[in-house]
Design a binder for this molecule. Sequence first.
Ligand code: NIG
Length: 384
Amino acid sequence: MSTLVIDRIGSLITNDPSLGEGPLGLISDASIVIEHGFVVAVGRAGAIADERIDAEGACVLPGFVDSHTHLVFAGDRAAEFSARMAGQPYDGGGIVVTTEATRSASTDKLDRLTMQRVAEARRHGTTTLEIKSGYGLDVANEVRALDIAGHYTTETTFLGAHLVPTEYAGRSDDYIDLVCGAMLAATAGSARWIDAFCETGAFDADQCRAVLDAGRAAGLGLRLHGNQLGYGPGVQLAVECGCASVDHCTYLSDADIAALAASDTVATFLPAADFSTRQPYPDARRAIDAGVTVAIASNCNPGSSYTTSIPFCIALAVRDMNMTIDEAVQAATVGGARALRRDDVGRLSPGSVGHAIVLDAPSHHHLAYRPGVQLVRTVVGPAS
Ligand code: NIG
């Protein structure tokens, strides 16, 4: 294919304020031309190209950038979810259940399951996604998870420090030595990022710092799970280590917000996890007003957030986290790109990657206004 035009766009979100109105860079009655996968022109409707998609007055926006997923796993934890809805608290302990199911699955099956989830995410408008390991928790199975993740994205994350596996019960420091030693050595070549779960019941700040330091020394970018189930050291540690993103941020103290605002670490909110674990929702308004760069992501995994739908996350962020619709859409596009330290995705301006979605709606407001409705009509560009 040479050139493609998406024409007769009623409302185009470019995320480039120099191209249109407001921070979203909105243009009405627009067209966009894509050549060899990159945006080459953005302007008024009526552009000519070899192929044409007629948006018929609908809204077009950059494909969603989902910067936090755990898509490589087998089994589900519907019984755990059901018990939680009946009052059981979430503590992350079910990770070992998924680890057992994942280790037992054949590589073909695990790959097929991952492919199906990536395709599902794409149907909901996700064109770039990050995928973590973290349900292998031994050298061979972490390597296998990252190999599979690499079939679908370049944004692969080594999460050996997800939870202490049962064979290391009571010996978490020994397990951290394995993660920072043989496991990292075996996985670093197939990961772009390293991550750790900094939480009571998972790993403490010193253990996570050791993982991040080892990852940095191996050439990986840094990210961290922090402040999911309570206040804790995760956010401060992420800022101290220069993580690209600290994810969850459900519990943020004033000091956490101040540290984030003074850093280039993105606060990535995962509202579907707060929904599925009955956690309180974080107040994104507080963070945004303080100058924190924010993203929202799906956190698709079988325990705390079994959804690939970014539109669902946008609706939650608007309804329950005090984000405006514009802010939530930005957080799921250019915000996700920032969390991955990318400036080629999450926007539609000349030179950026031509990943776009055509909605079955006249404006992006419908993403929150019509929750649970499939509004993604056409997706241009792959999931990663
Ligand atoms: O980001 N919090 C740690 N990891 C996942 C949940 C994993 C699970 O429960 O299986 C998360 O929420």
